[in-house]
Design a protein around this ligand. Structure first.
Ligand code: SF4
Length: 209
C-alpha cells in the first residue's frame, strides 16, 4: 500500500469496503428494518466462529473514498448500518459526518475493541471474549448483543450485562452453525432470565444478505 493511501486511511478519508448492499436488518433491536449495509474490511479480534472471515484482511478489499461511499449509500435508504469486520479499526468521523449531512440515521455494529469515533444514532455493542470492549462503550451502547456459541457464553453475557448502561437492550443470539444445539438452552435461559431477548439472524432464514 503506498504512503498516500495509508494517509487517506489514517484520516478516514478513504476506507476499505468489503461489500455494501441494501437489505433487511436481520438481527437485534432493528430487525426487520430496510437498511443499507456498509461492510468495512479489517478485523483482528479473531473469533473462531466468525462468519465473515473474508473481512479480516483489510488489504484484500478495495479502498474507496469516503465521499464516494456516502454518495452511493444515500441512494438506497435512510438507515445506514456500518458493520465489519471491525469498523472502528478506522476513523469513522468523516464517514458519519458525510452521512449525517444527508440526514441519514446511522447505526454501527462493533465489538468495542477499538476507540469509538464517529457520530452514531445507534450503537450495537457485540462484545467478544478475545478482545473485551473498551470501558467507554458500556456507557453509550444502545443494545448489547452477545453471540452464544456455548454455555460459557451465557456467563460472559451476564458479565457484560453488569457493565452496560441500564437503558441498553439485551440480546442473546445463537451462533449460526451451533444454533440447533444452543437454541433450546437459550430458550430456557431467557425464560428464567427475562431481561434478555433472543435475537435470530433472520436474514439467513430469509436467504437474503
Ligand atoms: S469481531 Fe466480528 S468480524 Fe471480527 S472476528 Fe469476531 S465476529 Fe468476526
Amino acid at each position: 500500500m503506498d504512503k498516500n493511501t495509508q494517509d487517506l486511511l489514517e484520516k478516514g478519508e478513504s476506507l476499505p469496503v468489503m461489500e455494501s448492499f441494501y437489505t433487511i436488518q436481520g438481527e437485534g433491536f432493528h430487525k426487520g428494518k430496510a437498511s443499507y449495509f456498509i461492510r468495512i474490511g479489517g478485523c483482528d479480534v479473531g473469533c473462531h466462529w466468525c462468519d465473515v472471515k473474508e473481512s479480516w484482511d483489510a488489504g484484500a478489499h478495495p479502498i474507496i473514498s469516503t465521499k464516494e461511499i456516502v454518495d452511493e449509500a444515500i441512494k438506497y435508504s435512510d438507515t445506514i448500518v456500518v458493520t465489519g469486520g471491525e469498523p472502528l479499526m478506522w476513523d469513522m468521523t468523516l464517514l458519519t459526518t458525510g452521512l449525517k449531512s444527508k440526514n441519514k440515521i446511522i447505526h454501527i455494529e462493533t465489538s468495542g475493541a477499538y476507540k469509538l469515533t464517529g457520530n452514531w444514532d445507534w450503537i450495537c455493542l457485540s462484545p467478544k471474549k478475545r478482545m473485551n470492549p473498551l470501558a467507554e462503550f458500556y456507557n453509550v451502547a444502545n443494545e448489547l448483543k452477545v453471540i452464544v456459541y456455548n454455555k460459557d457464553d451465557l456467563k460472559f453475557a451476564e458479565e457484560q450485562a453488569k457493565k452496560v448502561n441500564s437503558n441498553a437492550h439485551l440480546y442473546l443470539q445463537p451462533e449460526w452453525d451451533n444454533r440447533e444445539k444452543m437454541m433450546p438452552i437459550m430458550v430456557d435461559y431467557v425464560k428464567n432470565n427475562p431481561k434478555w431477548k433472543i435475537s435470530l439472524q433472520t436474514h439467513k432464514y430469509l436467504n437474503i444478505p
